[in-house]
Design a protein around this ligand. Structure first.
Ligand SMILES: NC(=O)c1ccc[n+]([C@@H]2O[C@H](COP(=O)([O-])OP(=O)(O)OC[C@H]3O[C@@H](n4cnc5c(N)ncnc54)[C@H](OP(=O)(O)O)[C@@H]3O)[C@@H](O)[C@H]2O)c1
Length: 324
C-alpha cells in the first residue's frame, strides 16, 4: 500500500479509500454482513486505513457493519469518514438536510452505529438550500470542539458554494472543509474547470466517488449492463459514465492500454487517478475481494505522460452531474 496526506488534515491515508456503499441490504448487488466483514478485513490486511461511509448507506447498516469490523482492530490506525444530509435509519423531516438539529442528531446516530466516540472526517453529503451555510458550519464546528469530529469535509456541490463556505469559516474562525468528495473519473471531468483547481489552491484533499464511473471503466462499454449493479446504474443513470461523445472512445482506449500493460481495465482506471494531479485518494466501490486486490496492484502501474494524454484526449464536455 502507498499512503498520502489528506489535504490540510495532516492525516496519513491509504491511496485507496474503501467505499462502504456496497455494504448492507438496500440493493441486491450489496454485500451482507459476513461478506462485508471479509472484504473489510482483506482491505485492512492490504494496508487500507481509509474508509468512507454515510448515514444513508443502507439506512445506517453500512456504518454498523464497518464499526463492528473496525472494533476488532486498532482504531487509532484507521481514518473513518461518514456523511450527513440524506436520511439515515429514520426517515423523517428532521433526519435530512443540514440544520443544526439534523447535524447533531444524525452525528449522534452515526457515532452510535459506528461504535465510536469520534469520527475522523464528517462530510456534508450535498448542499442544503434550506439551511444557511453559516448555521451548518457552526454546528459542525461545535461538533469538532466537543471532540465528536476531527475534521470536516464536503461532497459534490458548485465551486462557488464551496468557496463561499471556506470564506465564511475563515472569517468566523470555524472549522473549514478540508476535503472534497466529488464525482470525478475519466469520462466525467467537468470538475477540472473550477472545483479541482480551487481544492488545489486551498490544500483541500480530493477523494473522488465512483472513480471507475460506477464500473463503466472496468469493462468494455457494450458489456456495462452485464452485472446487476450495471443494470441498476443504467436504469437510474444519474451518473454520466457514458453521456459524453468521447466516452466510448475513452473506454476503448482503456481496453487498449490494459492489453498493452497486461492488466485489467479497472486497473488502468485506477492508475489514471494515482497519476492524476488532483486526486488524493479515489474511493473504490467493490463487492469483490479480487477486485479490491486488483486496485491495490494498480498502484504499481506507472502511466506515462503520453498514456495520460491518450486516455484523456477523446473527452468532450458533458452536463454537470452529481449535485443540484
Ligand atoms: N458522495 C457521494 O455522493 C457518493 C456517491 C456515490 C458513491 N460514493 C462513495 O464512493 C464509493 C464508490 O462508488 P462506486 O461504487 O460508484 O465506485 P466505482 O468504484 O466507480 O464503481 C464500482 C463498480 O465498479 C466495479 N469494479 C470495481 N473494481 C472492478 C474490477 N477490478 N473489475 C471489474 N469491475 C470492478 C464494481 O463491481 P464489483 O462490485 O463486482 O467489484 C462496481 O460495480 C461508494 O462506496 C461510496 O463510498 C459517494
Amino acid at each position: 500500500m502507498e499512503y498520502t496526506t489528506l489535504g490540510s488534515t495532516g492525516m496519513e491515508v491509504s491511496k485507496i479509500c474503501l467505499g462502504c456503499m456496497s455494504f448492507g441490504s438496500d440493493r441486491e448487488w450489496m454485500l451482507d454482513e459476513g461478506e462485508s466483514h471479509d472484504l473489510i478485513e482483506r482491505a485492512i490486511e492490504l494496508g487500507v486505513n481509509f474508509f468512507d461511509t454515510a448515514n444513508v448507506y443502507s439506512a445506517g447498516e453500512s456504518e454498523s457493519i464497518l464499526g463492528d469490523v473496525l472494533a476488532e482492530y486498532d482504531r487509532d490506525e484507521q481514518v473513518v469518514a461518514t456523511k450527513v444530509r440524506f436520511p439515515g435509519a429514520d426517515d423523517h423531516r428532521n433526519a435530512r438536510g443540514l440544520s443544526r438539529k439534523t447535524v447533531e442528531q444524525e452525528l449522534a446516530n452515526s457515532l452510535d452505529r459506528l461504535g465510536m466516540e469520534t469520527v475522523d472526517l464528517y462530510q456534508i453529503h450535498r448542499w442544503d438550500y434550506d439551511t444557511p451555510i453559516e448555521t451548518t458550519l457552526r454546528a459542525l464546528d461545535d461538533a469538532v470542539r466537543r471532540g465528536q469530529v476531527r475534521h470536516v469535509g464536503a461532497s459534490s456541490m458548485w465551486a462557488y458554494q464551496f468557496q463561499r463556505a471556506l470564506a465564511i469559516s475563515d472569517r468566523e474562525g470555524l472549522a473549514r472543509f478540508e476535503t472534497m468528495q466529488n464525482l470525478y473519473h475519466l469520462t466525467y471531468r467537468e470538475e477540472e474547470r473550477e472545483m479541482l483547481p480551487l481544492c488545489d489552491r486551498e490544500d483541500v484533499g480530493v477523494i473522488p466517488w465512483s472513480p471507475l464511473g460506477a464500473g463503466y471503466l472496468a469493462r468494455p462499454h457494450e458489456e456495462f449492463t452485464s452485472t446487476t449493479r450495471g443494470v441498476h446504474e443504467n436504469e437510474n443513470a444519474e451518473v454520466p459514465y457514458d453521456e459524453g461523445a468521447g466516452s466510448q472512445e475513452i473506454n476503448e482506449r482503456v481496453q487498449e492500454l490494459a492489453a498493452d500493460y497486461g492488466v485489467t481495465m479497472a486497473q488502468i482506471g485506477m492508475a489514471w487517478h494515482f497519476e492524476n494531479e488532483y486526486t488524493t485518494a479515489p474511493i473504490l466501490g467493490t463487492s469483490s475481494v479480487e477486485h479490491l486486490e486488483e486496485a491495490v496492484e494498480a498502484l504499481e502501474i506507472d502511466l506515462s505522460a503520453s498514456d495520460m494524454a491518450y486516455l484523456e484526449e477523446p473527452y468532450e464536455p458533458v452536463p454537470v452531474y452529481g449535485h443540484e
